[in-house]
Design a protein around this ligand. Structure first.
Ligand SMILES: Cc1cc2nc3c(=O)[nH]c(=O)nc-3n(C[C@H](O)[C@H](O)[C@H](O)COP(=O)(O)OP(=O)(O)OC[C@H]3O[C@@H](n4cnc5c(N)ncnc54)[C@H](O)[C@@H]3O)c2cc1C
Length: 444
């Protein structure tokens, strides 16, 4: 039977004081935007912090599409959590998947069987894509959430051109050069625009038998417009900008089936060898263990009080994409990185207040606006009620992303990669890794 770690004691009161029983133990599940900011927010607090993540790195997901489209290398957008927190003396980092939470005993259990007791728990497990009940589509249409997903998508995109180069049958070649991106949110728009740049600029003149500019790139969205979270005028701008990169946008287009050779939209068939999924949100499975404490929404988000803890459980905070948080006027806080960072910091501040004998304060969300890039010189931004597009929005997008990226090394590398790509139209990370089909021959 697993043993409870002895270096902490289980809390016997909801708001323990340091004088009463030593340093409280704060366990944070997830080293993403919310979890990492919660940990940093506790740096000066008289608590012991343990951050548990199933990956050893913090991932800057907003730039993941650039790894999937060969612009950046994986290490440019990820950093070991252990290294980020190395100077924080009260923090400890554990690599492992949390498999269960015992809210009565106040313990979490890792998949290794190790059990840790907590006084305060911060659940910051994030979300992934949802196939709306069609998980069988996943192998044919990978989604983009992890570094592994990004390198798999990169491989599929680059291999499509290689396969087409070797394919004598024009019908098959056409399917090989057809790319379908499903989901017209920021990730889908960014992926489709970047594939357009690869086909229209990066790979031109590199092949003998095909012209990459003949590629067909489709962005499918089930709703009446792409980027539904942006003002309508920016959705229209984005659609026009995507057309400049050769992307055809199809709205009101619900995909009804996906197989190895393409997709169906009702009776319509689109033959395509590369299909990418950029739709739907599903919270990490772990929140299911909290469903006896709160009614989860359809995506598995945990509803929390304005102070960010579960109702009746002031010792359990849920933050970031895993939480369903409402603003003061009852609007849902969006599942974006700035919201996750703010919630992580706020949960930490409330824990500090509690250990100092003060009561919690309600979360106040600061909307920093929305940004999506489409390609060279093209982006859309909506900030404090003002709309921006084109070159200015593209600059704003770059500055914001570099600003929030973790670590000076990564910032410098990303800026230099972008400068190189800007000047040369090239993409630095065009590696096809993993198993490769034997039929591929080198171009002589
Ligand atoms: C491709 C993509 C592009 C995006 N682009 C943008 C953008 O441009 N702008 C923007 O604001 N937002 C963007 N987002 C959304 C943004 O990344 C999320 O809102 C943000 O990551 C949420 O932070 P989080 O801490 O809640 O979750 P995450 O950052 O996802 O972190 C969750 C962490 O929990 C860990 N974890 C999960 N379950 C367990 C478990 N059981 N045990 C241990 N560890 C676990 C995971 O490994 C992960 O490290 C994008 C997301 C994606 C996927």
């Amino acid at each position: 039977m697993a043993q409870v770690d002895q270096f902490v004691t289980v809390a016997d009161t909801v708001r323990p004081t340091i004088a009463a029983r030593g340093k409280p133990h704060v366990v944070i599940i997830g080293g993403g935007f919310a979890g990492l900011n919660a940990a940093k927010g506790l740096a000066e607090a008289p608590v012991k912090v343990t951050v548990i993540d199933r990956r050893n790195h913090h991932l800057f997901a907003p730039l993941l599409y650039q790894v999937a489209t060969a612009q950046l290398s994986p290490a440019n957008i990820a950093q070991p959590i252990r290294s980020i927190l190395r100077k924080q003396e009260n923090a400890n980092v554990l690599l492992g998947e949390v498999a269960g939470i015992d809210t009565q005993a106040r313990t979490v259990e890792l998949d290794s069987g190790r059990i840790l007791a907590y006084d305060y728990l911060v659940v910051a497990v994030g979300a992934t894509h949802s196939y709306f009940g069609h998980d069988e589509w996943a192998p044919m249409a990978p989604g983009l959430k992890t570094i592994d997903d990004a390198t798999e998508i990169r491989k599929r995109i680059l291999l499509a051109f290689e396969h087409a180069e070797n394919e004598p049958d024009p019908r098959k070649r056409e399917a090989m050069l057809t790319f379908v991106v499903i989901g017209g949110g920021p990730t889908g728009v960014e992926l489709a625009g970047a594939i357009g740049e690869i086909a229209g600029h990066t790979l031109v003149k590199e092949f003998e038998n095909i012209d990459p500019r003949d590629s067909r790139i489709l962005l499918l969205e089930g709703l009446p417009r792409i980027l539904p979270m942006f003002p309508e005028a920016l959705s229209v701008d984005a659609e026009k900008d995507l057309a400049k990169f050769g992307v055809q946008v199809r709205t009101n287009s619900l995909v009804t089936d996906i197989d190895e050779h393409g997709v169906n939209i009702g009776d319509e068939r689109i033959d395509a060898n590369t299909v990418i999924w950029a739709a739907g949100v599903q919270v990490s499975r772990l929140t299911q263990v909290l469903r006896n404490l709160a009614e989860l929404d359809r995506a598995g988000r945990v509803p929390v009080e304005r102070e960010l803890h579960i109702a009746g459980h002031p010792e359990i905070f849920v933050v970031g994409d895993a939480a369903s948080v409402k603003t003061r006027d009852g609007k849902p806080v969006p599942g974006v990185a700035p919201a996750a960072m703010q919630e992580g910091k706020w949960a930490a501040a409330n824990i500090v207040r509690a250990v100092n004998g003060h009561s919690y304060t309600p979360f106040r969300y600061q909307d920093k606006g929305s940004l999506a890039t489409i390609g060279r010189h093209q982006a859309v931004a909506s900030v404090k009620g003002r709309n921006f597009n084109g070159f200015l929005a593209w600059w704003m997008w770059m500055v914001v992303h570099v600003f929030y990226l973790n670590g000076l090394r990564n910032r410098t590398l990303v800026i230099s990669q972008w400068a190189f790509s800007y000047l040369s139209f090239g993409r630095n990370a065009r590696l096809i890794t993993g198993e490769q089909p034997k039929t591929l021959e080198k171009k002589s």
